[in-house]
Every structure is written in structure tokens, then in C-alpha cells.
Design a protein around this ligand. Structure first.
Ligand code: ATP
Ligand code: MG
Length: 507
């Protein structure tokens, strides 16, 4: 008989429409409505749902970050309502957040003990102990990290490891992982999965949120599906199929296939000639034609993002030329690129994508104001229409354009980033991991939008670690390794996952 350690019943959570000012009775909306969830000892319980379904909100309730308004939560058979995350942590609940919760300008050890530093008699921090113990905790997971390194110097995956080891150091019984793999590579995902297996064997329970159905298939023991703040159902792995899960999430039969309508033109829009992205790397060449979608694949560290940033003008090159619309494009800078019609969607929306303290409307038109109002006079009505169009086109789930971006779900923030790029009506769009954190159905809507834009003459250079996505969208795919381009595939028969993986690792 399996031991049920956590149970939530009839959980309801209200929020007030903040854009109407003060909380006024009657303006509240339910973001969770009569939700059920339970968790057994030593299981991996996956939580599925479209962007904005309420997954992170439910987890924040379990983790003590926000309170629930109605219903009950029992931990080991006793009713609990946490007032803060400290209380939840003291009861063995750890949270690895969707948006990582660490300080990048301090070192690993201090992050490990953030606001929980061990102190001696005079209240002095026991620094030595902090470095030693955090290093031990990380080593216990099979990783080696220098605990004196500033967190910002580590890869997202390594930061993830710090969060997880930190979570474990509190003697946690339940670990919540909210999209832990969104920025991990295949190899790192495998490491995380073997870690999850170990944890399970030690009787620790894991709540696992992901939009990658193959992962759920691989490690989930049970899955619960949510939709629009409601509980839809729970199934065992044996009864699980991707198709059924997607239908439960969307509430309708969906067909998710790549359909390409655009046909690339003949004219070259963007070209690199002997471009060097670093002093020690080989020069590279590539072209993007009008109305063409060109993929860029490679391992992490292969130089894909560096290449994108070099073209865009966010980092200097080490030689070579970039040509744009048949003219040499010198003295490149992001500002000039935007003016010329080249837009780059960064892989990290938090750093250089969005102003999260501003609302959806402001973010969406931020870069497009010149385009919309060339005379410099802002027409609010016109702006509102444009924002409404983008909200609908990109399926952004928000109360209205006045909702502050930081209160949107992770996937919906990503959609705002994408909408913002399209609003400018660029000629060249460079997309770095465009669908990170976006749910399965919306992804296909986005592929469709990109396809339609290409049909209208947009040229796209896309970086993605999701091979199926890259193959499905692209007309051609360049392969990068060691900071340069090592190959290209353009024939349909060559564009297979196996072939690309072989080329990426260089077999
Ligand atoms: N403070 C808030 N103010 C307004 N709306 C909020 C607030 N907190 C959450 N919401 C809304 O609640 C809904 C659920 O959000 P939540 O983050 O739980 O979704 P999610 O299932 O985690 O989605 P994703 O897959 O995109 O991460 C969203 O529509 C979000 O905008
Ligand atoms: Mg979320």
C-alpha cells in the first residue's frame, strides 16, 4: 500500500483584477477552481497543462509562497496552511522554481545558504563551513562545482544543480520542479533524470512540471492534467498516451503537424562572408534568402547564440563581413539593426527581452512605436487595437493589456516576447529558442505564424535545441561546431534527427 503524503482538495484561489486598482468585491477572478492533487511517497507526479492553466500557482500554494482561499491541504494526514516558504521548507517541501530564484552576483556557497547562513556565537557567519558543506552537498549529487564561483558565471544547468542540491540539503521529502529542463541540454537532462531516480529510491517524492511530453513519458509515475485553473484528471503511466494528454490539456481534439506553405525566394537578404565570431574560431559563411526559414543547430557551446548576437551587433566580430540587402552592414548595433528591420529574440527573456514590471500593452508595442506612429504622435486607440490583435494572434492569456507582465505565467511571458518582435514587422527575424516554456498546442500556432510571415517575405534564422521543431520549420539547416559552421542540410531526406545529431557531434 502506497503512502499518501500530500493531499489537496477543493483548492480555490482568487485574485483581484489589479488593473482596476483596489480590490473591489466582484472584480476577483478564480485562478484555481476546486483543484485536487495528491502525492505518494517516492513517486514522480507530473503536472501538465497549457500555459496559464494554473500549475505554477498550485505549486506556489504547496510551497507556502501564496495562501489558498478555499479548500484543504493535508501533509502526512494533518491539515496545513503555510504562511511563507520557510514554513513549507521546515516541513520538508522544497521548490525549484520555473524562474530561478538565485542571486547571480554572489557565489555558490552564499546562494546555497541564502538568508539561512550558519552563524557562530557572535552572530558571525561560519564562512568556511558554508564553502565546505555546500561543496559536499553538490558532490553528493555527483557534480563538481567550485563553491567560490559567482553564480552568474555558471550555466543555467549548473545553477539548476545548485538549486536542487540546496533543496535536498533541507532534508526535503517533497521536491517541486517547475520546468527544470527548459534550458538544459540532452546530456544535462539525462543527469537530472538519473538524479530523480536516486531521489525516488530514497523515498523522496517529486512534482514535475514540463511541456515536454516525452519527458513525462520517461519519468512520470502518474500525471495530473489541469486546464483553465481546473482539475481535469489523473492517470497512471500505463494508461498514458501523448495524444490523450494533449486532448485533456486542450479540451479538444487537436492536430499538431508541421505545415509549410511558404516557398523561399531567390534573393539573398542576409549573408555572412568569412565571419569570425571569436579570435580562435574558423571563419564561416551562410546565407538567408527572402521568405526563407533557416535553422541553426549544434550543441550548447557550439556558438549559435554568439553567431546570432554577432550578426545583430550585440557583440563584436573578429573579422569577416555581414551583408544585408546587398550592402555591407558595418558598425552593427542592436539599435541600428532594429532600424534596418533585423530583430533578435534572445534566449533569455528576463535579461534582454521584457520589462516585466510594465504591462502587456507597453511591452508589445515597445519596439514598434516608430513603425506605428511615424509622426511621433501616439494614437491610444490605434495602439489598443494593435495590442488586441497581438494578444489574439499569439494566444496570450491575460486579463487585458493592462496586466503586469511579471504576473503572467512563464509561457505567456514568452509569447509577449515573440509578439513584441512581430509587432515591428521585421524583414529578418533571428529567434533563439523561441518556444521555450510554451505549451504543445501554442507551439504549433507559433510555427504557423512564422510560416505565414515567411510567406509574406520574412526571412528567419532560428536556433532551437528541439530537433523536431527545427526540422519541421526550416527550409535548410546549418550545423555549428566549435564556433563555426561545419555543414548544411537542405534535402528533405537529409533532414532527419539521426543525421543531424551525427553531424552535430561530428561523426
Ligand atoms: N498575481 C497575479 N495577478 C494576475 N494574474 C495572475 C497572478 N498570478 C497568477 N495569475 C494568472 O493565473 C494564471 C495561472 O498562472 P500559472 O503561472 O499558474 O500558469 P502555469 O500553468 O504555470 O503556466 P506556464 O505553463 O505558462 O508556466 C495565469 O493566467 C496568470 O496570468
Ligand atoms: Mg508555470
Amino acid at each position: 500500500m502506497k503512502n499518501k503524503i500530500l493531499e489537496l482538495n477543493h483548492i480555490t484561489k482568487y485574485i483581484f483584477n489589479v488593473s482596476t486598482g483596489k480590490p473591489i468585491r466582484g472584480t476577483e477572478i478564480k485562478i484555481l477552481d476546486d483543484v485536487h492533487f495528491d502525492l505518494y511517497e517516492g513517486e514522480v507526479h507530473a503536472l501538465l497543462g497549457e500555459n496559464g492553466a494554473g500549475k505554477s500557482t498550485l505549486m506556489k500554494i504547496i510551497g507556502g509562497i501564496i495562501p489558498y482561499d478555499e479548500g484543504s491541504m493535508t501533509l502526512n494526514g494533518k491539515e496545513v496552511q503555510f504562511h511563507n516558504s520557510r514554513e513549507a521548507r521546515a516541513r520538508g517541501i522544497a521548490f525549484v522554481h520555473q524562474e530561478l530564484n538565485l542571486c547571480t552576483n554572489i557565489d555558490v556557497a552564499h546562494n546555497f545558504y541564502l538568508a539561512n547562513e550558519p552563524t557562530g556565537k557572535l552572530g558571525l557567519m561560519k564562512e568556511k563551513e558554508m564553502y565546505r558543506k555546500s561543496a559536499e552537498a553538490i558532490r553528493a549529487l555527483g557534480f563538481e562545482l567550485d563553491t567560490h564561483t559567482k553564480l552568474g558565471k555558471l550555466s543555467t544547468a549548473q545553477q539548476q544543480i545548485v538549486e536542487i542540491s540546496k533543496a535536498l540539503s533541507f532534508d526535503s521529502k517533497i521536491i517541486i520542479m517547475d520546468e527544470p529542463t527548459a534550458s538544459l541540454t540532452r546530456k544535462e537532462i539525462d543527469m537530472l533524470f538519473s538524479l530523480i531516480h536516486d531521489l525516488k529510491n530514497r523515498g523522496i517524492s517529486i512534482i514535475y512540471i514540463s511541456h515536454r511530453l516525452d519527458e513525462i513519458q520517461q519519468i512520470g509515475d502518474r500525471m495530473t492534467v489541469m486546464r483553465d485553473g481546473c482539475y481535469i484528471g489523473t492517470m497512471e503511466r500505463v494508461n498514458y498516451s501523448d495524444e490523450q494528454a494533449v486532448n485533456m490539456m486542450a479540451g479538444r481534439i487537436t492536430k499538431n503537424i508541421f505545415e509549410k506553405e511558404h516557398v523561399p525566394g531567390e534573393e539573398t537578404v542576409l549573408e555572412a562572408k568569412g565571419l569570425k565570431i571569436g579570435e580562435a574560431t574558423e571563419p564561416l559563411d551562410f546565407t538567408v534568402k527572402r521568405g526563407e526559414v533557416v535553422g541553426l543547430c549544434g550543441l550548447v557551446g557550439a556558438g549559435r547564440t554568439e553567431l546570432a548576437r554577432t550578426i545583430y551587433g550585440e557583440r563584436p566580430d573578429a573579422g569577416g563581413e555581414v551583408w544585408y540587402e546587398e550592402a555591407l552592414y558595418q558598425k552593427r548595433s542592436p539599435g541600428l539593426s532594429i532600424k534596418k528591420g533585423i530583430i533578435y529574440l534572445s534566449e533569455d527573456r528576463k535579461i534582454d527581452g521584457l520589462i516585466t514590471a510594465a504591462d502587456v500593452s507597453e511591452n508589445l508595442v515597445l519596439s514598434a512605436l516608430h513603425k506605428l506612429f511615424p509622426k511621433g504622435i501616439i494614437d491610444r486607440k490605434r495602439q489598443k487595437q494593435e495590442v488586441q490583435r497581438l494578444i489574439e494572434e499569439f494566444n496570450i492569456k491575460c486579463m487585458d493589456g493592462g496586466q503586469i507582465v511579471s504576473t503572467l505565467s512563464g509561457g505567456n511571458q514568452q509569447k509577449v516576447s515573440l509578439g513584441k518582435c512581430f509587432a515591428v514587422e521585421p524583414k529578418v527575424l533571428i529567434l533563439d529558442e523561441p518556444t521555450r516554456g510554451i505549451d504543445v498546442n501554442t507551439k504549433f500556432e507559433i510555427y504557423h505564424l512564422i510560416d505565414q510571415a515567411a510567406k509574406n517575405g520574412l526571412s528567419v534564422l532560428v536556433i532551437s535545441s528541439e530537433m523536431a521543431e527545427l526540422i519541421g520549420m526550416s527550409d535548410r539547416i546549418y550545423i555549428m561546431r566549435g564556433g563555426t559552421i561545419t555543414g548544411m542540410v537542405s534535402e528533405k531526406e537529409e533532414m532527419t534527427q539521426e543525421n543531424l545529431v551525427a553531424k552535430i557531434i561530428g561523426v
